[in-house]
Design a protein around this ligand. Structure first.
Ligand code: GTP
Ligand code: MG
Length: 170
């Protein structure tokens, strides 16, 4: 066997927050300024090291658009980990974090699933969400918070390594 762990990870959050961009950066080290909204769900795999063990990550990139909510809900089943993304330049996307967690609560059957909160677009000058507010929410939810930029690549790997670490320890 080429890996010690196989983890199913779901990436959720409002449309346009940068879910697909985070995965393109993580998988292929690529970034595009153009916005091609995800239809339904995209799937990729990537192998990483967690400590000195090999983990294969099954990455499910879901559509943020409301009209796909029902389809997307079916993919939460069996997820070991959830990446909840908002955009630090959009207070609305931050306000919706609780709704995404509620969706997960309703659809994800695995009781021990782990979550991580991600504030993306930290490179952007027009910030609307204070880091302290995001940190407070994450602390209240007992989950880690990471600020990323899919554009520069800052902290992107850290999201997936931190979440995988958490799953291993849980
Ligand atoms: P849906 O598939 O509709 O749910 O959206 P999404 O969350 O997958 O968003 P996507 O990754 O397609 O990115 C939306 C737009 O934001 C694109 O124009 C990206 O170029 C831009 N974007 C994504 N991440 C960043 C970032 O870290 N910084 C900046 N400045 N722009 C970003
Ligand atoms: Mg997308």
């Amino acid at each position: 066997k080429e890996y010690d762990y196989l983890f199913k990870l779901i990436v959720v959050g409002d449309s346009g927050v940068g879910k697909s961009s985070l995965l393109s950066r993580f998988n292929d080290n690529e970034f595009s300024e153009s916005f091609i909204s995800t239809i339904g769900v995209d799937y990729k795999t990537k192998n990483i090291m967690v400590g000195d063990e090999h983990a294969r990550l099954q990455l499910w990139d879901t559509a943020g658009q409301e009209r796909f909510r029902t389809i997307v809900g079916c993919y939460y089943r069996g997820a070991h980990g959830v990446v909840v993304v908002f955009d630090v330049t959009s207070s609305e996307s931050f306000a919706n974090v609780r709704n995404w967690l509620y969706e997960i609560e309703n659809h994800c059957d695995r009781p021990s699933r782990c979550c991580i909160l991600v504030g993306n677009k930290r490179d952007h000058p027009r910030r609307q969400v204070l880091r302290s507010d995001a940190e407070r929410l994450a602390a209240e939810l007992h989950i880690p918070y990471v600020e990323t930029s899919a554009k520069t690549g800052r902290n992107v790997d850290r999201v997936f390594v931190t979440l995988s670490q958490l799953i291993v320890e849980t």
